[in-house]
Design a protein around this ligand. Structure first.
Ligand code: NAD
Length: 425
């Protein structure tokens, strides 16, 4: 049973309240974090190729900026809705705090199916969105980036439109841009590279050999397909992958590059030669060591969690696990790498891109990779150590997610206190 659409935001509020209580922090910390500071809702009329005009609804949620300008992706998807964008913006605040990026949390989206639009229509939509939110974004205010069904080309149109509105080039207004327009080397694969580093650290922590691991990846887009290629490079076997059309399974393993080619040619990973097609429920129950949800929210519910055989669940997607499922995974002793840590490689290299734009001085691939490696390894260790320490002193079981939230909320509360947001004792 999929969870109700508006559950993600209520769930993250509950999680924040719990963590503020566990840390014995001032109640004001929760009061400030429980709602976004601002949510902008805009309508974007677009002249379609057939001459008709269609109006799309867009959102930008700015959750919290105590640590720096708002930062977070823009999603183009038919299911984008108000409460979802709010939840995604809270997760961005937490994510930036976990990895120590000097940003707050924001997220945007447009309710649209981009797969049914031409490139011309998409360009008009992207530019229209930017004109509608131009007063709310900027390289010192709020910096969007790619997310589900948006990419470097869409970021280029957005940066160009913003620069036109302002009358000067502000390339740092969005990240994830193409290389010839102020993008950073390594940004396209950054999310997957970060996921890979956290999986490597987690496997090391539990004594799992990547060269012998069986992997299942849900979602074969930017995050999922690149991760599959990276982990294949460690000798792991990709036994199952899925996209919005279904799942392909082969216990003997599948070549991730051939899978991508097959998806390009046929529009989906299903019917990959030698594979069997599975339903989503069957996909989650496959025999594997590492499960990587890399699609959308609320994919792992209580029932699916009960069937998972993996030793590690690496949340490349944002919010793929419901709170009930979280409890099941914790009870089963599965090591979960929470989204706010696992997929933070994307925002980390976005931060590097923004720094490079501000300086107009660009780094080498080696510099980006080395800094990403340091950030992800250090953040993983901080969360893992907090988690294992907490496990020793709490009577209730704690999860890696709790550890990550504890780290983030402590940093946010410290910044709020020193900025005078929590009042006087
Ligand atoms: P993408 O648009 O490149 O790919 C999304 C993939 O998910 C596609 O293959 C699509 O077919 C698949 N999908 C959609 N609905 C599905 C369903 N119901 N079941 C199975 N597959 C489905 O998007 P992306 O950028 O790879 O983002 C994937 C996830 O990673 C999202 O949760 C996103 O928020 C998160 N994320 C992305 C980035 C980034 O830098 N792109 C950074 C951090 C987190």
């Amino acid at each position: 049973m999929p969870v109700k659409k508006d559950d993600s935001f209520a769930a993250v509020q509950k999680q924040l309240q719990r963590i503020v209580g566990m840390l014995n922090l001032e109640p004001e910390v929760y009061e400030i974090l429980k709602e976004p500071k601002r949510v902008v809702v805009v309508s974007i009329p677009v002249e379609m190729d057939d001459g008709s005009v269609k109006t799309f609804i867009g959102y930008r949620s700015q959750h919290n900026n105590v640590l720096g300008p708002y930062k977070g992706g823009i999603r183009f998807h038919p299911d984008v809705y108000f409460e979802e964008v709010k939840a995604l913006s809270v997760w961005m605040t937490m994510k930036c705090a976990v990895v120590g990026s000097p940003f707050g949390g924001g997220k945007g989206g447009i309710t649209v199916d981009p797969r049914k639009m031409s490139q011309r229509e998409l360009e008009k939509l992207a530019r229209g969105y930017v004109r509608a939110v131009a007063n709310n974004i900027g390289s010192e205010k709020d910096i969007p980036a790619p997310d589900v069904y948006t990419n470097a080309q869409i970021m280029a149109w957005m940066a160009d439109e913003y620069s036109k509105v302002k009358g000067y080039n502000d390339l740092g207004v969005v990240t994830g841009k193409p290389l010839n327009m102020g993008g950073s080397v390594g940004r396209n694969e950054a999310t997957a590279s970060g996921v890979m580093i956290t999986i490597r650290e987690a496997a090391d922590a539990i004594g799992l050999k990547l060269s012998e691991a069986k992997v299942a990846v849900q979602g074969y887009g930017n995050a999922g397909s690149i991760l599959a290629t990276l982990i294949d490079g460690h000798g792991s076997s990709i036994v199952a992958v899925s996209d919005s059309s279904g799942a392909a399974y082969n216990p003997l393993g599948m070549d991730p590059k051939e899978l991508l080619q097959h998806k390009k040619e046929t529009g989906s990973v299903i019917n990959f030669p030698g594979s069997q097609t599975l339903s989503t429920d069957e996909f989650f129950a496959v025999d594997c060591d590492i499960l990587v949800p890399a699609a959308l929210e609320n994919q792992i519910n209580e029932e699916r969690a009960a069937t998972i055989k993996a030793k590690i669940v690496a949340e490349a997607a944002n919010g793929p696990t419901t709170p009930d499922a979280d409890e099941v995974l914790t009870e089963k002793g599965i090591l979960l790498i929470p989204d706010i840590l696992c997929n933070a490689g994307g925002v980390t290299v976005s931060y590097f891109e923004w720094v490079q734009n501000n300086y107009s001085y660009y780094w080498t691939a080696e510099e980006v990779a080395e800094r990403l490696e340091n950030t992800m390894v250090c953040s993983f260790k901080e969360v893992y150590n907090l988690y294992t320490d907490q496990c020793k002193c709490q009577t209730e079981p704690v999860s890696m997610r709790d550890g990550a939230y504890m780290l983030a909320v402590t940093r946010l509360a410290d910044a709020m206190r020193v900025r005078g947001w929590l009042g006087h004792p």
